[in-house]
Design a protein around this ligand. Structure first.
Ligand SMILES: [Zn+2]
Length: 401
């Protein structure tokens, strides 16, 4: 039976989403104007150029989507080629990730740029409604398409990072959510630097298996600090492997409580705004408690001995500022695994390499200075990609220490 294509089939729930997005955009724009929240960093001409590029990219995706699925085919046949092979909703994705931010740049509004997240939620809901209908029409074919193709963000086949080109010591990284964990080869197995949120434990096991590593090969877990995105599944890992934990003495109480200390504050106003959105979905900074035992290793100050004893040519440095218990691993070749003592994350908010949340910024800079003085060359943060330690130097030089 040939189905008739009517106007609702063609437009789906998109116009409703678009209308809501325009409403959200205008609301945030007005709030930004009244509240006087500083406009975006950077040159306005640059914003316009960037907006132009985003609009062009958005237009091209729209054109490609219509070429792949002419209007007459809407809801009559399942199209999976062209842009539809990357994402199931290329037109919505183009609006959310390209057109919406382009308009935010055109009006130089920081709040409008942030509200892109709201646009994403709106279109995500639109897509859910639309897909219910598409499942009715195409049945299992559409369910298979959903399994194989992401909705909005194309899958990027990531190269497995080995960092061997920078680091003399065998090191591998595992990205779990927004936390980057590192595995260093040590005598008899591996030392793992940090875990992630508890929900990532099965993903962690899968990724390890893909690397040909057994969970039981992990002999040591070094926690750069106690926060939930670092110590999240530490208790489960210790339970299943019996690995020894290495942590700063200041972390003991919070690990036992299973709760991030509330002594940190956003490093600037923009981070405060960004994380106020995040807090809507992540209300509690709790994790399964981890009770350290006598066989675990507690660090006080710096420790130049322990790592060498397990076959890793490096030292553990106390690098507070983000939190009192922050420690870093510095290898003899200058590779520094710093946890949250420095970041390469949300830099568009003007944070530079500072942690987005801090206890004390001068202490952060003193820790950076310590890392530099002890020979750090490449910084491996837990959030964001590695970067040269000279970028910390620039910030240290502008600070009165
Ligand atoms: Zn942290």
């Amino acid at each position: 039976m040939v189905r008739k294509t009517n106007i609702r089939d063609i437009v789906g729930t998109g116009p409703l989403g678009l209308g809501l997005c325009i409403l959200v955009f205008v609301t945030f724009w007005k709030i930004d104007k009244v509240a006087g929240i500083a406009c975006l960093y950077g040159d306005k001409v640059l914003h316009k150029v960037l907006a132009g590029l985003l609009l062009c990219a958005g237009g091209m995706i729209f054109y490609a989507a219509i070429r792949a699925m002419p209007i007459s085919k809407h809801n009559k046949c399942l199209v999976r080629h062209g842009v539809y092979s990357y994402v199931r909703h290329p037109r919505y994705a183009a609006v959310v990730f390209l057109v919406y931010p382009a308009f935010a740049l055109l009006v130089h509004s920081f709040l409008c740029l942030i509200s892109t997240f709201a646009a994403y939620v709106i279109f995500k809901l639109s897509a859910v409604l639309e897909e219910r209908k598409l499942i009715d029409v195409f049945g299992q074919d559409y369910k298979d398409y959903m399994k194989e193709t992401p909705g909005f963000i194309p899958k990027i086949r990531r190269r497995q990072s080995t960092y061997k080109q920078f680091c003399d010591h065998p090191v591998q990284s595992i990205k779990l959510g927004w936390t980057q964990c590192f595995l260093l080869k040590c005598t008899g197995g591996y030392l793992l630097i940090d875990t992630s949120y508890p929900k990532y434990y099965s993903q962690f096991e899968r990724k390890l298996a893909n690397m040909g590593i057994e969970v039981s090969d992990i002999k040591y877990l070094l926690l750069t600090h106690h926060h939930d995105d670092h110590a999240g599944f530490a208790a489960e890992l210790v339970r299943s492997t019996g690995c020894q934990v290495i942590a700063h003495r200041n972390a003991v109480f919070s690990l036992k409580q299973g709760k991030s200390e509330e002594t940190i504050k956003p490093v600037n106003r923009r981070i405060r705004i960004v994380f106020s959105f995040y807090a809507l979905f992540h209300k509690e900074f709790k994790f399964p408690p981890l009770r350290l035992s006598e066989r675990d290793i507690l660090i006080e100050g710096n420790n130049d001995i322990f790592l060498k004893g397990i076959g890793i040519d490096g030292v553990i440095l106390h690098t507070p500022g983000h939190s009192k218990d922050s420690i870093s691993v510095l290898l003899s070749d200058g590779s520094a695994f710093v946890g949250d003592a420095a970041m390469n994350f949300l830099r568009w908010t003007g944070v530079g390499h500072r942690p987005v949340y801090i206890e004390d910024i001068d202490t952060v800079y003193k820790s950076w200075l310590k890392l530099r003085e002890r020979g750090a060359k490449v910084i491996y943060p837990s959030h964001g990609r590695l970067f040269s330690a000279t970028e910390l130097k620039a910030r240290i030089c502008t600070t009165n220490l």
